[in-house]
Design a binder for this molecule. Structure first.
Ligand code: G6P
Length: 374
């Protein structure tokens, strides 16, 4: 009801602005990396504790749907670069129905806001039926079927999410997945106490960093005025921010009905460049300087076709707005945790574009908050 919405017009807007609180709650009590963080499962089998499981596993298989799948895609980059464990991510509805090669030493990780998504539950049960017994969920509902059925759990504390387009659940999942990455790295002897302290400090600063990003809203509103008039948009990202580009495109299509696609930036020339015209805005999530030269060549290619670039740049990048180039600079450079911050302007972009188009932000047509039947 209106009371719960407080000063906000929509639940999605409220949930976007709740993210500093949601992250702070999710990280409450986390003073350091201990496997017990993932033992939040009341009735797991005796001995199925996180310390033993993390020491034993040699790979990770992430299964999820929708926005939760994109948080998994982001985690893959962390897990392979920080914990140095091979990690696969698969859409749950694909995994459950295909022949795959089971590895009993894999940690099967499901990610789900609701804990009730039919395909994700079925994918978990499929993995278990193939002999994979090390299961962990990153889930926002402690009493859900998913938490009951996995041996290990990290329960995010986003609070109830009402908007169909997931926002605070996504960033809290990322926080849980980053902790998982660190716990795995530690179990494998790949996390020095200095790095542990540095990462914890960066995580503790996230609520303040998110607050600063939310303050970019007026600049995002200016972008949204342009986007509201378009029927197509392209999102580009590289590395850790490729999944963020995918999530940005998903948010836009879900609530504005603008057709949006995401590509790994290096793939621009292998297809989507053919679509670029003045009617096709190109959003680029460009957080670091080392990729800036490549971005400049993308920029050239897009400009040559009359396309307009919207760049989410890092705090310290040397790129300025100009003809056909709109830049929003992030308040600070954030290293490995930068996806949690870069997604926020993309959430706001979808939200304000939907407002300008007059669509039903919290209840987009044809979509459900939780898909509990196949
Ligand atoms: C639906 C929702 C999405 C969500 C997806 C997975 O499609 O509209 O926002 O990402 O389900 O839901 P889950 O609860 O498993 O994260």
């Amino acid at each position: 009801g209106a009371a719960e919405l407080g000063p906000y017009r929509h639940y999605m807007q409220k949930e976007i602005f709740e993210q500093p609180r949601a992250i702070a709650d999710t990280l409450e009590g986390v003073e350091g990396i201990v496997p017990e963080l993932f033992d939040q499962q009341a009735n797991h089998a005796p001995g199925a504790n996180a310390a033993r499981v993390f020491a034993q596993v040699d790979s990770v298989l992430i299964l999820a749907c929708g926005t939760s799948y994109y948080s998994g895609c982001t985690a893959k980059y962390w897990i392979e670069s920080i914990a140095k464990i091979p990690c696969q991510v698969e859409v749950a509805s694909e995994y459950r129905y295909r022949d795959s090669v089971p590895n009993p030493n894999t940690l099967v990780v499901t990610i789900t806001q609701s804990g009730e998504t039919a395909d994700t539950l079925a994918a978990l049960r499929h993995a278990q039926s193939l002999g994979m017994k090390h299961t962990l969920t990153i889930c926002n509902v402690a009493t859900s079927a998913m938490v009951r059925e996995c041996s290990l759990a990290y329960v995010t504390r986003a609070g109830v999410e009402i908007g169909v387009a997931s926002t605070k659940a996504f960033t809290t999942q990322l926080a849980g997945l980053f902790l998982l990455t660190l716990a795995l790295a530690q179990a494998k002897g790949r996390l020095s106490s200095e790095d542990e302290a540095r990462h914890i400090k960066a995580m503790r600063h996230l609520p303040a960093a998110l607050q600063a990003v939310l303050a970019l809203e007026p600049q995002v509103i200016a972008w949204a005025e342009d986007f509201a008039k378009k029927e197509n948009a392209l999102f580009l990202g590289r590395g850790l921010h490729y999944p963020i580009a995918m999530e940005g495109a998903l948010k836009l299509k879900e609530i504005t009905y603008i057709h949006a696609e995401a590509y790994a930036a290096g793939e621009l020339k292998h297809g989507p460049l053919a679509l670029v015209t003045s009617e096709m805005p190109v959003v680029t999530v460009a957080p670091n300087d080392s990729l800036l030269e490549k971005l400049k060549s993308n920029l050239h290619e897009v400009r040559a076709r009359g396309g307009v670039l919207y760049v989410l740049a890092d705090a310290d990048t040397r790129i300025d707005s100009g003809e056909g180039l709109h830049v929003i600079r992030m308040p600070e450079h954030y290293g490995e945790l930068s996806p949690l911050l870069h997604v926020v302007p993309l959430q706001l972009l979808a939200y304000h574009t939907a407002l300008a188009r007059g669509t039903d932000v919290d209840k987009p047509r044809n979509l459900a908050k939780s898909v509990t039947v196949e």
